[in-house]
Design a protein around this ligand. Structure first.
Ligand SMILES: [Ca+2]
Ligand SMILES: [Ca+2]
Ligand SMILES: [Ca+2]
Length: 186
């Protein structure tokens, strides 16, 4: 892996800052463990598929790894924004993140959206997911769907979704992709 240039680093930090601001539900500049865990909690709630305990476990491991990366003790309940962003960047580049966290999250998202279980996400299923997450911007729903549907067949395959999710999770991916998947549940 090549060492990122300064502009790539700036880009990564900007992207993680956006993510932090999204996750910091009460906007106090600190991320509490319970704020961090709110996202999988919401996802499990809206999803029909039982993926709860594994998802929560992987998510909690992510928290622990971020703490470890910035020398905070295990069991830390609250992290300041700058430290969390620093730790997130380290964890983001780890093998664990790529081979464990991202596939688990991607599968959790996909399974929770694929209501009819045909291994494809239709525009209707995507819209339903968004509505459940408290969003109803039709233009945004259509645009984000079209962006993920790489072969343009009107459905999102697991492969297409994995690709979109990886791009969103990686600092090389587009900046705007946080609203793309997480959007407005807060
Ligand atoms: Ca907070
Ligand atoms: Ca489906
Ligand atoms: Ca497709």
């Amino acid at each position: 892996m090549s060492v990122p240039s300064e502009s790539e680093m700036d880009r990564a930090m900007r992207k993680w800052k956006m993510l932090f601001e999204f996750l910091d539900l009460d906007g106090d500049g600190f991320l509490k463990l319970e704020e961090f865990m709110e996202f999988p909690t919401q996802l499990i709630k809206v999803g029909k598929v039982d993926l709860g305990s594994h998802l929560a476990k992987v998510y909690k491991s992510h928290w622990d790894k971020v703490c470890q990366a910035v020398n905070l003790p295990p069991g830390q309940q609250k992290i300041g924004g700058d430290l969390w962003i620093k730790g997130f960047h380290v964890v983001n580049q780890s093998k664990w993140f790529q081979s464990n966290f991202v596939p688990t999250m991607s599968k959790a998202f996909f399974d929770s959206m694929d209501k009819n279980g045909n291994n494809l996400i239709s525009l209707e299923e995507w819209r339903e997911h968004y509505n459940l997450m408290g969003a109803n911007d039709e233009e945004f729903i259509r645009q984000s769907f079209a962006k993920m549907d790489e072969n343009g067949d009107g459905e999102i395959s697991r492969e297409e979704f994995d690709h979109a999710f990886w791009s969103f999770s990686n600092y090389h991916g587009p900046d705007k992709d946080f609203s793309f998947l997480y959007n407005k549940f807060k």
